[in-house]
Unconditional design. Structure first.
Length: 123
């Protein structure tokens, strides 16, 4: 079963938060949170908050054990951009664009692989 959590309108560029998402993809949620706790990037606490929300969704809404799950998908999409102003010298106006991001985390249960006897290397 897949458990999903989303955070929208995060005040960071999607390009910057994707660097953090790529690090934790495929990890156990608790291992990912421990790793994010020590990362210096601005997006690390934001991603950790979404992972905590996904873990809480798994426990409370679906009664699943998050220890047996992993981050199967994590991605950051672009949110709305808004113009911002910075005033320059001689009365000039320097427009900048503030970007936002939407982060989605999907936790999936690990599938147990049954070992088949007689398969594998022959001696």
């Amino acid at each position: 079963m897949d458990v999903r959590a989303t955070a929208k309108y995060l005040p960071i560029s999607p390009q910057k938060i994707r660097l953090v998402c790529d690090v934790v993809r495929g990890l156990d949620p608790y291992e990912a949170m421990d790793l994010l706790r020590h990362m210096p990037q601005k997006g690390a606490p934001l991603v950790m908050k979404v992972i905590k929300s996904a873990v809480a969704n798994a426990e409370n809404n679906f009664e699943l054990d998050p220890g047996e799950m992993y981050i199967s998908q994590i991605y950051a999409n672009e949110g709305p951009r808004r113009p911002w102003r910075r005033f320059g010298a001689r009365g000039r106006f320097k427009p900048i664009i503030r970007r936002t991001a939407h982060v989605t985390v999907v936790l999936s249960e690990r599938e147990e692989i049954a070992e088949v006897e007689g398969e594998g290397q022959e001696s």
